[in-house]
Design a protein around this ligand. Sequence first.
Ligand SMILES: CC(C)(COP(=O)(O)OP(=O)(O)OC[C@H]1O[C@@H](n2cnc3c(N)ncnc32)[C@H](O)[C@@H]1OP(=O)(O)O)[C@@H](O)C(=O)NCCC(=O)NCCS
Length: 178
Amino acid sequence: MSKTTPTRAATKRGAKAIAAAPAAASVASASTALVIRAVRDEDLDAVIEMDALVTGIKKRDYWKSLYGRYADAVATGQHFLVATADNTVIGFVIGEVRDWEFGSPPCGWVFAIDVHPEARLLGAATQLLQAICQRFKRAGVSKVRTLLARENTLILSFFRSQGMMISPFIPLELDLGH
Ligand SMILES: CC(C)(COP(=O)(O)OP(=O)(O)OC[C@H]1O[C@@H](n2cnc3c(N)ncnc32)[C@H](O)[C@@H]1OP(=O)(O)O)[C@@H](O)C(=O)NCCC(=O)NCCS
């Protein structure tokens, strides 16, 4: 099981408060501790709501299946972490170590990261990414990769701010019809 990592929500920007996530109008002030920890059963509704808010689609079955595979799966290199402020989930990150896929040595992949719109620009995603990267490093890998939609300049800005660069891979796809 991943260790719980308490941090200060506002270390990055001093006095700015983490505003409310949906059901938590009172969440966090400058002094509120952000906790980064492995997802728990009771976090799932908040994760589903947050994803629906960002993507516009509620995918309960998808998230339940993902939870089944990634929660508490540290031994197999899979991580599903949440950021909480005052026990309210305000963000999450999901990723895993993949061995020799695409012909490359084992590396960490981040395939989802989200922060509640009202809790953004306070460093939560930075801390989530750092937390999952620490776990990747502990698993012995020295590289982290991700894929993002070309038009998603927000997520691109975030990953660039973390030092991520264009990788040597080219994504390809083919329409298989029906
Ligand atoms: C991208 C996202 C995760 C960033 O979360 P966050 O907690 O606000 O990020 P941080 O506060 O850690 O920001 C770190 C850096 O990212 C960059 N960044 C974040 N939001 C930005 C924005 N709106 N515009 C430009 N740069 C931005 C900045 O460089 C920022 O550092 P700075 O504030 O010192 O300039 C969040 O905006 C989000 O969830 N967006 C939707 C994500 C999404 O589309 N997910 C689906 C695909 S996985």
